[in-house]
Design a protein around this ligand. Structure first.
Ligand SMILES: Cc1ncc(C[n+]2csc(CCOP(=O)(O)OP(=O)(O)O)c2C)c(N)n1
Length: 387
C-alpha cells in the first residue's frame, strides 16, 4: 500500500469553459483580466497553427522529425507569459508555445527542426537551446539556478520536462539538489500521459508525478494542464517564490498529447480512438475560447481575423526558412566548442575532403545527394526517438 500523500490539484475553468467557484483572489483576478486572457488565447492558437504547418513541412520532406505540441498549448503559454524576460528557460523539445513567447522567430524554430544549428540562436541570450536528450536539461537548470543564487540575482530558472523524463536519474538528482540548496528553479512537468508509446501508469508506480518533489523537500502542485488560468496562477506563485529566495517549486501539468509523439510515430498503434476523443473534449483552446465568448470578449469575426493573421505570420516564417542559404557542412563543428580541440582536426579534414569530392564536376555523387548534404534531414528521421 502506498503512503498517503496529499497532492493539491488546481483547476479554475471547467472543461466546458466555465469559471469554477471557491477560487483564490489571484485566480479571480486572472479570470477578470480580459487582455491577459485574450493574449493567452492568441498565443495558443498561433502555436497550433505553427504546429500544423511544421508537421506539413516534415510530411512534404522539407523539414526533419518534429514533435508537435497539439493539446499542450495552455501550459506552454502559461510558462511563457509568467516568465520575465530576464529569467532563464531551460527547455525540452515540445515547448513551441514558450519559444514563441520568448521571442524565437518562426524561421529559427523551423531551422532548428530542419537540422540547422543557426535555429538555436532564437530567444533571450541566457535561455538554453532545445534539449533532445531526455532530462539532461534538469541538471543544467539547477546549475544555472545555483549560479544565480551565488550571484544574488533575483531571477528564476524554469525548466520543463515530459512525464517519461521524470523517471531519469538526471531529473531526480536535479530536484534533490534544488531542494537541498533552495535554488530559484521551477520544474514544470508536462504530463501528456505517454512517453512515446509507454503510458504514464507503467512509467512510474507513484500516484502522481508531483509527489516526487516530496523526497526532495520541494513544494509541489498538480494543475489541470489544459486550463490556462490554473497553469498561469501556478506559474506566478512558483516564480514569485523562486525570485524572493524561498527556493524551488515543482508543477505537474496534467495534459494530453493529442497528436503523435513525433512525425516518426503513429499513435493509433497504442491508443484507442475513444481515448483520444475523450481527450479532445478537454482540450485547452476551445475551453478558453468558450470562456472568452461567454464574457463577450471574443466573437466569430475576431476569430476569423486572428486565424488569418496567424496563417500569414507562420507562412512568412516558412518563407524565411526556405530562402535561408544553407549552412556549410562544417558548421556542425562550430557550435560544439568555444575552442576547437586539436583532436577533432582529423574529422574536420575528412569532412572538408568529402565536401570537395562531392562538389567536383566529375563527382560520382549525383545532384540529389549533394542537395541532401546541404540540408539533409532524412538521415535524422527518428533521431529524437532513438537517441
Ligand atoms: C537520454 C535519452 N534517452 C532516450 C531518448 C529517446 N526518447 C525521445 S522522446 C522519449 C520519450 C519522452 O517522453 P516524455 O518525457 O514523456 O516526453 P514527451 O515526448 O511525451 O513530451 C524518448 C525515450 C532520448 N531522446 N534521450
Amino acid at each position: 500500500m502506498q503512503p498517503h500523500i496529499e497532492v493539491p490539484y488546481q483547476q479554475c475553468l471547467s472543461i466546458k469553459g466555465q469559471a469554477l467557484t471557491g477560487l483564490s483572489e489571484n485566480q479571480n483576478l486572472i479570470l477578470q483580466n480580459e487582455e491577459l486572457l485574450k493574449d493567452a488565447y492568441r498565443w495558443m492558437t498561433l502555436t497550433r497553427v505553427y504546429d500544423q504547418k511544421a508537421v506539413a513541412l516534415q510530411r512534404t520532406g522539407q523539414m526533419g522529425t518534429y514533435p508537435a505540441s497539439l493539446g499542450q498549448e495552455a501550459i506552454g503559454v502559461a510558462v511563457g507569459m509568467a516568465m520575465a524576460e530576464q529569467d532563464t528557460l531551460v527547455p525540452y523539445y515540445r515547448d513551441h508555445a514558450t519559444f514563441l513567447l520568448r521571442g524565437w522567430p518562426i524561421r529559427d524554430l523551423l531551422l532548428y527542426w530542419g537540422g540547422d544549428e543557426r535555429g538555436s540562436a532564437g530567444g533571450p541570450v541566457q535561455d538554453f537551446p532545445i534539449s533532445v536528450p531526455i532530462a539532461t536539461q534538469s541538471s543544467h537548470a539547477v546549475g544555472v539556478a545555483a549560479a544565480m543564487k551565488i550571484k544574488g540575482e533575483a531571477n528564476a530558472v524554469v525548466t520543463t520536462i515530459g512525464d517519461g523524463g521524470t523517471s531519469k536519474g538526471d531529473f531526480l538528482e536535479a530536484i534533490n539538489v534544488a531542494g537541498a540548496w533552495q535554488l530559484p528553479v521551477v520544474f514544470v512537468i508536462s504530463n501528456n500521459q505517454y512517453a512515446i508509446s509507454v503510458p504514464r501508469t507503467i512509467q512510474c508506480g507513484a500516484k502522481t508525478l508531483a509527489q516526487k518533489a516530496v523526497g526532495a523537500g520541494i513544494p509541489f502542485l498538480q494543475v489541470d494542464g489544459n486550463d490556462f488560468v490554473a497553469c498561469y496562477d501556478a506559474m506566478q506563485e512558483a516564480l514569485e517564490r523562486a525570485r524572493s529566495g524561498k527556493g524551488a517549486y515543482l508543477i505537474e501539468a496534467v495534459t494530453y498529447r493529442l497528436g503523435d509523439h513525433t512525425t516518426a510515430d503513429d499513435a493509433t498503434r497504442y491508443r484507442s480512438p475513444e481515448e483520444v476523443k475523450e481527450a479532445w473534449s478537454k482540450e485547452p483552446i476551445k475551453r478558453l475560447q468558450t470562456y472568452l465568448a461567454e464574457q463577450g470578449w471574443w466573437d466569430e469575426s475576431q476569430e476569423k481575423a486572428w486565424q488569418k493573421s496567424c496563417d500569414q505570420r507562420v507562412e512568412e516564417g516558412i518563407a524565411a526558412y526556405k530562402t535561408m542559404p544553407p549552412e556549410p557542412a562544417e558548421a556542425m563543428f562550430d557550435y560544439l566548442y568555444e575552442e576547437f580541440p586539436e583532436v577533432m582536426s582529423a574529422q574536420l579534414d575528412l569532412l572538408y575532403r568529402k565536401v570537395e569530392r562531392m562538389r567536383a564536376p566529375d563527382s560520382v555523387v549525383d545532384e540529389l545527394e549533394l542537395d541532401g548534404l546541404e540540408r539533409d534531414d532524412s538521415a535524422n528521421d527518428e533521431s529524437l526517438d532513438e537517441e
